[in-house]
Design a protein around this ligand. Structure first.
Ligand SMILES: O=P(O)(O)OC[C@@H](O)[C@H]1O[C@@H](OP(=O)(O)O)[C@@H](O)[C@@H](O)[C@@H]1O
Ligand SMILES: [Mg+2]
Ligand SMILES: [Zn+2]
Length: 177
């Protein structure tokens, strides 16, 4: 099975240090919706693993997060593609959960859902925690330079991390290999 797991904020949509608190603030990064649709139509399943501590912090309710993800699904469907399982961690940094990246709990949940192994599976993110979550389960860390990606890059990357300009470049690499 061709499964790609991606981070949300900074990979699919623009990120903000003030959190993405509403559907109106949820703005796709140019090319990302198209990339997901093209991957989907090429036989890839694209799943999402996203930290959403803004819920624990009381910045927005789960219903708003669900509305953002309905929007994502609708935009990809308009292009003939579909989005796979979306898993989010609603907890805060001090909640000690198993799902908040850099812990790999969400990656494990997605892998179990699709009954696939995580070894070597690409996980695309923009933050150091994304890369560390991938490494924790022997998946392939992939950094995009969108969102916080340039900031993450400037601090040095784990050995073996693949780097792409954006999700569209990741899609091109996967579809044409
Ligand atoms: O990139 P993903 O995992 O999809 O989502 C990241 C968001 O949950 C937010 O994560 C926060 O980190 P803290 O949760 O406050 O450490 C900050 O980095 C925000 O800028 C960011 O919007
Ligand atoms: Mg991110
Ligand atoms: Zn969690």
């Amino acid at each position: 099975m061709k499964l790609l797991i991606i981070d949300r904020d900074g990979v699919i949509n623009e990120d903000s240090d003030a959190y993405i608190k509403s559907v109106e603030e949820w703005i796709p990064i140019p090319g990302s919706i198209e990339a997901i649709a093209q991957l989907s139509k090429a036989g890839w399943t694209v799943a999402v693993a996203t930290n959403q501590s803004g819920i624990a912090r009381g910045y927005y309710p789960t219903t708003t997060l669900d509305a953002m993800h309905e929007r994502l699904r609708a935009l990809v469907a308009e292009l003939g593609g579909e989005v796979g399982l979306i898993v989010h961690c609603p907890h805060g940094p001090d909640d000690g959960c198993d799902c908040r990246k850099p812990k790999p709990g969400m990656l494990k949940t997605i892998a179990a859902h699709y009954a696939v192994e995580l070894t070597g599976l690409w996980f695309v993110g923009d933050s150091k925690g994304d890369l560390e979550a991938a490494l924790a389960v022997d998946a392939q860390p992939v950094l995009v330079k969108t969102g916080k990606g340039e900031r993450t890059l400037s601090k040095g990357l784990p050995a073996g991390t693949l780097v792409f300009e954006d999700l569209a470049a990741v899609a091109r690499a996967l579809i044409h290999t």
